[in-house]
Design a binder for this molecule. Structure first.
Ligand code: 5AD
Ligand code: SF4
Length: 511
């Protein structure tokens, strides 16, 4: 290993092998996903830092300037945007919610499927005219797409309106990257393959004062064969329990009503810290002692869903009885090729255990249809599993090949049209179960955390039950941010309508 690689990880590229040599633009660009190399990444390199500070020379950089961040993709990105907003504001920038008067525009991107990437490229294209009109405006691309070398190359070649590209491990470097973008004419590219660090004291400006995201771990080591995340987000790194608990306490003090513990695979929490006999179940039990009405966590992998975790949710506490448990497929062969590490039977056994311990649990899932060579019979097993579990809702996707992942190399005999039809057939079942799960609420009273006015009607307020059911009702705007009792009058396919009864001081999560 050379000096560069020691510093930036085994994948650090010292001599970019590009069609055309863009190496002068590169700092340390992540290589295309390489499963073999990624799987050998070490556990020991994680370093914990709490010494982030804004350098004197960067202070005031944003004086009189506005920033705008557009976020694509998952909650992890939403939360990264909150951190970047914190850094921008610490530099003296003020936020704006339109690109029209922004001095810095950041696209925080998602790489999970091709259509997510296409949206970003079309947005970068749309920003070309803005850059012509206002050449001083800085346009940046960050998030998961910037961890892909092919994306970086494409931007370098075809999107000269972009001023800076930085990766998911470089967020804390935003002040330096911005400074360089202001000073340099060339595109600034800073994408580290080194992913070992956990930086604790980054500033954050949270989006709202009702619900808050709290990272408990970063990265993923599951390497499902279709998924780009273990490459774009790096290896699993858990935050220390004391740091997480302190953050949740602080949020409770500030009056937040709900927190969502975040990670790509939260069930593996703690496993990467040597000598720590403490998992997600233990963390939930500790967080349960904090006076915050609702606690959620996402996303779970069935593999690490242990009894301690089930017990922690089952206890009469502030952990909501909602488990999002991605199954991806109901067929054993497909699950095997996906590298999911469980079978249809073991998944159903886990569901049985969860339902026994938490009888009124709401189960939701993620499903991919049209995996390479998925047969009609295999697809029907997924539908069959859906009926067997009776999921209350699901996020469903057509498989999208991601460059460098093992699945992308598989030959595929399923026509695109067939994949889309399978998705439609599955979505019909999802819709039926969603409606079926809402019908029994008619005439019932539920607790709703009111988040604001409805997207469709300013006169109507909206919020979610602890099982994540959307409820619309009329009441004074004073109840926004509070947990209220609502009597359900009508169940629609994906939401409930109801009548406001009263504000409740403390929600009782019924199990
Ligand atoms: N194609 C389609 N769906 C995918 N997902 C992850 N990778 C892919 C892909 N390559 C889905 C999985 C995962 C969710 C977040 O996105 O269902 O659980
Ligand atoms: Fe991707 Fe989730 Fe599998 Fe990790 S567990 S590889 S994030 S699908």
């Amino acid at each position: 290993m050379n000096e560069e690689q020691r510093k930036y990880g085994a994948n650090a590229k010292t001599e970019p092998n590009l069609e055309k040599d863009y190496s002068k633009y590169f700092e340390h660009v992540y290589q295309p996903p390489n499963l073999k190399e990624a799987k050998t990444r070490g556990k020991s390199e994680v370093e914990y830092h709490d010494d982030f500070k804004i350098d004197e020379r960067h202070r005031g950089m944003g004086k009189g300037r506005k920033f705008y961040i557009r976020t694509y993709g998952c909650q992890m990105n939403e939360h990264d945007t909150e951190v970047m907003a914190g850094i921008f504001q610490a530099l003296g920038f003020t936020p704006t919610n339109t690109v029209d008067d922004a001095d810095v525009i950041l696209l925080n991107t998602c790489a999970i499927r091709e259509n997510a990437e296409n949206k970003v490229f079309s947005e970068i294209g749309n920003l070309k005219h803005l850059k012509q009109e206002r050449p001083d405006c800085i346009i940046g691309v960050c998030g998961c797409m910037s961890q892909e070398e092919s994306v970086v190359n494409k931007i370098l070649k075809s999107y000269q309106n972009v001023d800076m590209i930085f990766g998911t491990h470089n967020i804390h470097r935003l002040p330096d990257i911005l400074e360089e973008a202001y000073m340099s004419k060339a595109m600034v590219v800073e994408v580290w393959s080194k992913e070992g660090d956990v930086i604790e004291n980054l500033p954050k400006v949270r989006n709202g004062r009702i619900k808050a995201w709290v990272n408990i771990m970063y990265g993923c080591d599951k390497f499902c064969t279709y998924c780009i995340v273990p490459f774009t987000r790096g290896k699993e790194r858990s935050r220390m329990p004391a740091e997480i608990i302190a953050e949740v306490r602080d949020l409770a003090r500030q009056g937040y009503q709900e927190i969502c513990l975040l990670g790509q695979n939260v069930n593996a929490y703690g496993k990467d810290i040597d000598g720590l006999e403490y998992g997600l179940g233990d963390l939930l039990k500790d967080i349960n002692k904090i006076d915050i009405p609702r606690v959620r966590f996402t996303t779970s992998h069935p593999w690490d869903f242990d009894d301690r975790l089930i017990n922690a949710i089952a206890e009469d506490n502030n952990i909501v009885p909602h488990v999002h448990l991605p199954v991806q497929s109901g067929n054993n062969n497909v699950l095997k090729i996906m590298g999911r590490k469980y079978t249809r039977e073991s998944y159903l056994e886990l569901v049985r255990k969860i339902k026994t311990a938490i009888p009124d649990v709401a189960l939701t899932t993620d499903i991919i249809v049209g995996y390479p060579n998925e047969t009609e019979a295999q697809f029907l097993e997924t539908i069959d599993l859906y009926h067997e579990v009776g999921f209350e809702h699901a996020y469903t996707y057509v498989y999208s090949p991601r460059e460098g992942t093992p699945a992308a190399k598989m030959k595929d005999n399923v026509p695109e049209k067939e994949k889309k039809q399978r998705l439609q057939r599955l979505n019909k079942v999802v819709g039926e179960y969603a409606a079926k799960s809402l019908k029994p609420y008619e005439g019932q009273e539920v607790f709703v955390l009111c988040e604001g006015t409805s997207k469709r009607d300013d006169e109507v307020l909206a919020g979610y039950t602890e099982k994540n059911k959307l409820v619309n009702f009329k009441a004074s705007q004073d109840v926004i941010g509070k947990i209220v009792k609502v009597k359900i009058t009508e169940a629609k396919q994906y939401s409930l309508n109801g009548e406001f009864i009263e504000i409740v001081s403390k929600e009782k999560v019924a199990h």
